[in-house]
Design a binder for this molecule. Sequence first.
Ligand SMILES: Cc1cc2nc3c(=O)[nH]c(=O)nc-3n(C[C@H](O)[C@H](O)[C@H](O)COP(=O)(O)OP(=O)(O)OC[C@H]3O[C@@H](n4cnc5c(N)ncnc54)[C@H](O)[C@@H]3O)c2cc1C
Length: 413
Amino acid sequence: MSEPAKVVVVGGGAAGLMAALWAARGLSRQGPGSNPQAQAVLLEGGSRCGVKIAASGGGRCNILPTDADHTDFHTAGSLNVLKRLLRTWRLQDLNSFFEHDLGLPLKECDDGKQFPECESASQVRDQIQDSVEKEGVEVRQGWKVSLIEKTESGFRVHSEDGNQIDCIKLILACGGQSVPASGSDGSGYRLAKKLGHSLVAPYPALVPLTSKDKDFADLSGVAVEVTWRAILNKRVQEERTRDLLITHHGFSGPAILDASHWFTRDNATIQVSWGGGPAEEWEAHLNAKSRRELHKALSDILPKRLANLLIEKVGLRAEMRCGNLSRGQRIRLVNTLCHFQLPINGHAGFGVAEVTGGGIPLGEVNPSTLESRASPGLFLCGEMLDCTGRMGGFNFLWAWITGRLAGESAAKS
Ligand SMILES: Cc1cc2nc3c(=O)[nH]c(=O)nc-3n(C[C@H](O)[C@H](O)[C@H](O)COP(=O)(O)OP(=O)(O)OC[C@H]3O[C@@H](n4cnc5c(N)ncnc54)[C@H](O)[C@@H]3O)c2cc1C
């Protein structure tokens, strides 16, 4: 049998490609091994690496945020571990890596998001994969891992179709289980569990939420700015202002994708302020427009069809003048405008969720290296770990940071 590879990475998504690149760089610093071809090997189950990178950001790839801290992420694990991991690769160094190392100049747009200047997600995937291959990593696509065994010197990795490869260090970067057609089908969790890990129950995140409310379904296509609040045990857990999109099946858009985590994981109530402003702003608007008809005053700020639906839901006449509202009617109206509980009954599922929440607990890896505490020699990175970011490039940020750390650590140890 041939000599074991020094490092094998399972999964060629954002985290796995980054892990392979930095593992190869680390290994090359140590000089060539007796079998240089087998220094670092990347095993990708699908026919191509980086399917999600190529589909990301509506084809433009929201590669990074402009700013980030631990409040942009969700994990059931320790916030200190999360903060520590985020500090391992600062945003300005990541920017420089993409621009100067990979030759992908970036530009900031859409409020806090960074995209490559080429605006081509598939070019981002191709350039990262090219760099990985130029660094000497042997990339095997169509190599779906079905079983991993521990050996005396490390691990034996088996493919679905009967191939096998031995390695000394192993990195699992199999993603979660959202959009399984992209290759991340949850098999990584099963592999990690067999190697001694537990699992924070996976749930769909950044996912549209569904509703049975026919009145809203009739407004499908309406987009509006809202301030959303996730409410759990009468306490506001998170509040942000983003755009909401009404769909045939419920609610979507950045506001809902960001808020969805609270519903799918905790069954929290999602409340919105239509138009985004606080109650005082609506009060001031209604006062200033006292001679205006209600539907016209609300349509100054909201799409007309939505304004009419909300007036109907409060049980008022659209033609009534703002100044003629009784105190009770005004309170009901402002309450509906600013504290509206979205009629949500479910979510659109893993098939369309952009990411998977839950995963391998952060407490089961060494936060300095991402080495498994259950199986020394094994490293974990990316969406497999119990951490997801909100919309805006935070999930790639997590994949790049943890991929690099796992790759460097595996090469070093
Ligand atoms: C449509 C869409 C758009 C998105 N846009 C953005 C965006 O613009 N910005 C952003 O920050 N995030 C975005 N995301 C989220 C982002 O793509 C993911 O968070 C990120 O790709 C996770 O990287 P990963 O490497 O951990 O997992 P993945 O990208 O899921 O990669 C895992 C890889 O492992 C392979 N694999 C799985 N199991 C096995 C196995 N048993 N054997 C071998 N290989 C295996 C899979 O085929 C896959 O290639 C988007 C997600 C989707 C679905």
